[in-house]
Design a protein around this ligand. Structure first.
Ligand code: HEM
Length: 411
């Protein structure tokens, strides 16, 4: 069934993209394939007193939206849920949800958090941690990869980056998990809001402490720097540290879990990696594409313009779907088949343009560390139960992944 939408635009057979259960109950890849064929840019109708929004599905259109900072603003929010609720309270203060010229100044500061000096030490620790975790679990036989491994890598890495005290890390992980997604459907949204506030408050306290007694860490660096001729307010410091936490935890965690799931589904690819016939860096890129943890990002139109033959009006919400772009068969042949040697692989998992992920190098390093540890210690990887999907219309991934590892030494 096709319907008529805003301005007479054709719409694809409907799935509610605002519902966290939609892509648990429906196959996203079949849906997006149909959307790209039938109406690659369409108007998603409003529901439950929330506005409608544009959905952009084709690779080229998604790429052009990411780059179009003159016509598409991030300052009202960059995630659908927040945009539909009327905007992000962090707009204009936090990197991901601000526009030029402020965004550019702030980004230059935030990039210092990822200087080779800071990153080198953090990457060394992540390599050690990954190796330790994988050596331990490979002796266990059966276990939940999400709980025993994936949960411990990204969050600890960001905490290392921010020098978060060890005793606070467990609580931060709990809040972080609640803030973006929920493994249970009920009460997800309220919990998410509360968790987000808790994180910001915690980081504000830390920002106060470090501003008065700065150390050699990233929070101190952000807390004592000047951006566009003035120091950041405690709220701005907290929000920008928070963006590293949330940006860096969930998406890296989902990628790690999906990567191991991919190995259970494509044992020949795993064997190639294990035997060293597949390059680790090439494999990292394909796993990032295959997993695509951030399903969409969004903007608000600043003026009228056209995309994919549709007329967008000033003020409209525009969402672009990485899950669809990364599986666009005009760019990636047999996109759902994991091909760890795939080249070129210009996936949009980290976005594109001025907001391209500042943590991309760290995200890649974490996944690489995991792969290296797996290759070193593990021989066989098998599924050992039903993986549990998370409920979210933003994050794609799993909250639990029961697997059985056979250690290399067993061979
Ligand atoms: C931005 C994905 C890891 C922090 C982004 C964007 C994407 C993305 C798609 C662009 C958002 C937009 O255009 O609105 C991912 C994925 C990751 C990952 C898939 C892991 C696999 C990280 C890590 C950190 C981080 C490790 C920090 C430690 C950020 C921040 C931004 C961002 C602060 C905002 C950049 C800006 O607006 O200029 N990320 N990210 N991300 N990411 Fe990541």
């Amino acid at each position: 069934m096709t319907m008529r939408g805003k301005g007479g635009s054709r719409m694809s057979p409907s799935l509610d993209l605002t519902d966290p259960a939609t892509f648990v109950r429906n196959d996203p890849y079949a849906f997006w394939h149909r959307v790209r064929q039938e109406s690659p840019v369409y108007w998603h109708p409003s529901a439950a007193e929330r506005p409608g929004f544009w959905v952009v599905a084709g690779y080229d259109d998604v790429l052009s939206c990411y780059g179009d900072w003159k016509r598409l603003s991030s300052a009202h929010g960059n995630v659908l849920d927040v945009l539909l609720r009327g905007g992000d309270s962090a707009g204009g203060k936090m990197l991901a949800v601000s526009d030029r010229p402020w965004h550019r100044h702030l980004r230059n500061l935030m990039l210092r958090a990822f200087s080779p000096r800071v990153l080198g030490e953090v990457v060394r620790k992540v390599e050690e941690r990954a190796q330790e975790l994988i050596s331990t679990v490979s002796e266990l036989g059966s276990f939940d990869f999400a709980a025993e491994v994936a949960e411990h890598i990204p969050m600890n890495t960001i905490c290392d980056l921010l020098s978060i005290p060890a005793q606070d890390r467990k609580q931060l992980l709990l809040w972080s998990k609640e803030a973006l997604a929920s493994e249970h459907q009920e009460g997800a949204r309220l919990d998410a809001l509360e968790a987000r506030n808790e994180i910001v408050l915690y980081l504000m306290e830390l920002a106060f402490e470090r501003r008065s007694k700065p150390g050699d860490d990233v929070i101190s660096m952000i807390a004592t720097a000047e951006v566009d001729g003035r120091p950041l307010t405690p709220e701005e410091i907290a929000l920008n540290c928070y963006s590293l936490l949330l940006g860096g935890d969930e998406s890296s965690r989902m990628t790690a879990i999906s990567s191991v799931l991919a190995f259970t589904r494509y044992p020949d690819q795993w064997r190639g990696l294990r035997e060293g016939t597949i390059d680790l860096d090439t494999a990292v890129e394909e796993l990032l594409r295959w997993a695509t943890p951030g399903m969409h990002f969004g903007r608000t139109a600043l003026c009228d313009f056209s995309v994919g033959g549709q007329r967008v009006r000033a003020g409209d919400i525009v969402t672009f779907w990485n899950t669809s772009a990364n599986n666009d068969e005009t760019v990636f042949s047999a996109p759902r088949a994991l091909d760890l040697s795939r080249r070129p692989n210009k996936h949009l998992t980290f976005g594109h343009g001025p907001h391209f992920c500042v943590g991309a190098a760290l995200g890649r390093a974490e996944l690489r560390a995991l792969l290296r540890a797996l290759v070193t210690s593990v021989r066989d990887i098998e599924l050992d139960g039903e993986p549990q999907r998370i409920y979210s219309n933003f994050l794609y991934g799993y909250g639990s992944l029961p697997v059985a590892f056979r250690p290399r030494s067993a061979s």
